[in-house]
Design a protein around this ligand. Structure first.
Ligand SMILES: O=C(CO)[C@H](O)[C@H](O)COP(=O)(O)O
Length: 223
C-alpha cells in the first residue's frame, strides 16, 4: 500500500441501507463518518448509537469527523466507542491540546479540523499533539460542493511545517475531492482524502476508490 489513503464519506451513502453501503467501500482505507449537530453546521446526521453500530458491522477503521459544538465534552466518547481516529474542529474546542491528549489516552488517533477560512498559523505549535490535521476544502455541512482552491496555500503551509518538524502527522482534506481536484490537493501535500459524492456517485465505488488512490499517488510522487 502506498502513502495515500482514501476514506469515503458515508454522508453520500444511502442511510437506510448503511450496512450494504459499507460493503460497497471495502477497498477503502477507512470509513469517514460525519457527525453533525445542526448547530456547528446547519445539518444533522447521526450520533453515538449509529457510530457504535457502524463500528460493529464494518471491517474498516472508523475515521470520525465531529462537526459539533462543545467538542471538549463530546469527542472522548467516540474514542471510547473504538473509532480509529476522532477529529474535532479547532473552532469548536475550548482546549484543543487537552482534548487531543484525551483522545490519544482513550486509544484513538487525535485529529483537528480547520474550516476553509481558519488559518493554520495559530495551531502550528500544537501539531505534535495531533495524528491528523483535517483541512476542510469546502464549508462543512453538506456533500456535493465544489473544491475550494483557496485552501491550497494552507495545505502547503501545513505540509511544510510537518516536513520541517519531521512530525508523524497526516494531512487530510475533505470536500469536493474528485479525480481532478485530488491531484492539486496531493501536490500541495495532503495524503488522506475524504470523498463522498465521487465514490458513492460512481457506478462501482471500489473502482472509484482505486482511481482516486492512483491519482493521488501519482501527484504525490511528482511533488
Ligand atoms: O464533511 C463533509 C461535509 O461537511 C463531507 O465529508 C464532504 O463534503 C464529502 O462530500 P463530497 O465528497 O461530496 O464533497
Amino acid at each position: 500500500m502506498g502513502a495515500c489513503r482514501i476514506n469515503p464519506s458515508i454522508l453520500s451513502a444511502d442511510f437506510v441501507n448503511l450496512e450494504r453501503e459499507l460493503e460497497r467501500i471495502g477497498a477503502a482505507d477507512a470509513v469517514h463518518v460525519d457527525v453533525m449537530d445542526n448547530h456547528f453546521v446547519p445539518n444533522l446526521t447521526l450520533g453515538q448509537p449509529v457510530v457504535k453500530r457502524i463500528q460493529e458491522v464494518s471491517g474498516l477503521p472508523l475515521d470520525v469527523h465531529l462537526m459539533i459544538e462543545d467538542a471538549d465534552r463530546w469527542a472522548p466518547a467516540y474514542a471510547e466507542l473504538g473509532a480509529a481516529s476522532v477529529t474535532f474542529h479547532a473552532e469548536a474546542a475550548a482546549a484543543p491540546v487537552r482534548l487531543a491528549r484525551e483522545l490519544r489516552a482513550g486509544g484513538a488517533q487525535a485529529g483537528m479540523a480547520l474550516r476553509p477560512a481558519t488559518s493554520v498559523e495559530p495551531y502550528l505549535d500544537m501539531l505534535g499533539e495531533l495524528d491528523l490535521l483535517l483541512i476542510m476544502t469546502v464549508e462543512p455541512g453538506f456533500g456535493g460542493q465544489s473544491f475550494l482552491d483557496l485552501t491550497l496555500p494552507k495545505i502547503r503551509r501545513a505540509a511544510e511545517a510537518v516536513r520541517g518538524g519531521s512530525l508523524p502527522l497526516a494531512i487530510q482534506v475533505d470536500g469536493g475531492i474528485t479525480e481532478e481536484t485530488i491531484l492539486r490537493a496531493a501536490e500541495a501535500g495532503a495524503t488522506v482524502f475524504v470523498a463522498g459524492s465521487s465514490v458513492y456517485g460512481a457506478e462501482d465505488p471500489g473502482q472509484a476508490i482505486d482511481r482516486l488512490r492512483l491519482a493521488a499517488e501519482a501527484a504525490s510522487a511528482g511533488r
